[in-house]
Design a protein around this ligand. Structure first.
Ligand code: PLP
Length: 389
């Protein structure tokens, strides 16, 4: 081959064809700006609490740096099973739990467990782009159905969704949802699950925002309405609830008959989660309840502040989310969302995510993460308002 021709010339693969992350591209181009206030990523400004850090440090010092069990250290699987059982009042044994290297890794593994080339996956939008790209990278066909938006906020037309999902191998529900904060209620979950059960369809439930819920201790979970051997895989993560985004630790709850299949493929991807981060996970679950509750309390305040500032502009349409730490709002008159997001960076040094990252044609929608200090939020939103009013 000609050595001046790039190695990738003519390369066709799932990886070359998958769209790149719009948020990551915008952020990479702006991260060097010293005055930038960044609200585009889904993470809190809080550091991981010390008692969680200390557990990992102790484990490293005690020499816990070797490969560990593929499905996770037994004590962490037990702790997750107990946490889930206590939270939802349903018995979840530890053989239904597997530790993963992040929620995103859990999502990859869940799809790998159930998908074959060409299978149909259906999910509501707007949604976190990874939810579409992960199954696409595994050779699935991905179809979407838009949530509705009205005076009561975001909702799903379940009958229409059930029509769209006819013939699907797998349905993915992210509730509470990124970016809208939409939350599926228990009755809807029960109805959807019953229909999936009749059809033999797999349901992957991404519940990583379950604890960032403003009305209850946790958002409704499919685990509360499911039977142990339902075709249900629930994704969870330590990232959001315990301010552990950089730790890359998550878990899956699955039917125990699927656990050996999962164990096989964990071996071929990451082999195991780091043992010292798993100690941190146990500390979070066993001693982190107060931290989670304080975080939700603070988020409610930040949401009120965000609402008060956003609604100062007549051009902004916004409905408070039921959960998560995202404000997803519409700016009347914007026709090119990426250009507007770039203008916000260039003119006022604020980074937010354009709606087109989450749904095709959502040119006038934007997402910001409000898990920030009052000072940061007030400054960022005042700057945004300068460009909008
Ligand atoms: C809906 C959703 N699921 C899963 C994740 C994955 O989180 P992590 O990989 O940090 O555990 C995210 C992160 O933003 C998310 O928004």
């Amino acid at each position: 081959m000609n050595r001046h021709v790039p190695a990738t010339s003519g390369l066709e693969s799932r990886a070359t064809n998958v769209p790149e992350s719009i948020i990551r591209k915008l952020a990479n181009a702006a991260m060097h700006r010293p005055e930038l206030i960044s609200l585009w990523f889904g993470e809190s400004n809080l550091e991981t609490p010390d008692f969680i850090k200390d557990a990992a440090i102790k484990a490293i010092q005690a020499g816990e740096s070797f490969y560990s069990e593929g499905l996770g250290r037994p004590f962490l699987r037990e702790a997750i099973a107990k946490y889930t059982t206590d939270l939802y009042g349903v018995d979840i044994p530890s053989d239904r739990v597997a530790v993963t290297v992040s929620g995103l890794n859990a999502l990859n593994l869940a799809f790998q467990c159930v998908l074959e080339e060409g299978d149909l996956v259906v999910t509501p939008t707007p949604t976190w782009p990874n939810i579409l790209s992960v199954p696409a990278l595994q050779g699935a066909r991905v179809e979407t159905q838009s949530l509705s938006f009205g005076s009561t906020g975001w909702g799903i037309d379940l009958e229409q969704f059930l029509e769209t999902t006819a013939g699907a191998k797998c349905v993915l529900i992210n509730s509470p949802a990124n970016p809208t904060g939409w939350m599926m209620n228990s009755a809807e979950q029960r109805y959807l699950l019953e229909t999936m059960r009749e059809r033999g369809t797999w349901l992957i439930a991404d519940e990583v925002y379950a604890r960032l819920c403003f009305s209850d201790r946790a958002a409704p979970s499919f685990l509360e309405v499911a039977e142990p051997e339902d075709r249900l895989i629930v994704i969870n993560s330590f990232s959001k609830s315990w301010a552990m985004t950089g730790w890359r630790l998550g878990w899956l709850t699955l039917p125990s008959s699927l656990t050996p299949v999962l164990e096989k493929i964990i071996e071929f991807s990451v082999s195991c989660a780091p043992p010292f981060t798993q100690r941190a996970g146990v500390a979070a679950l066993e001693h982190g309840e107060q931290f989670v509750q304080q975080q939700v309390y603070d988020l409610k305040r930040s949401l009120n502040l965000t609402e008060a500032l956003l609604t100062q502009s007549d051009r902004i349409e916004f409905h408070k989310p039921a959960a998560t730490f995202y404000a997803y709002f519409r700016v009347d008159g914007v026709v090119d969302g990426i250009a507007f997001a770039k203008k916000l960076i260039d003119k006022v040094d604020v980074g937010i995510a354009p709606g087109v990252a989450f749904e095709r044609n959502a040119e006038d929608w934007f997402r910001l993460c409000f898990a920030k200090s009052d000072t940061q939020l007030t400054e960022a939103l005042s700057r945004i308002l300068l460009l909008i009013t």
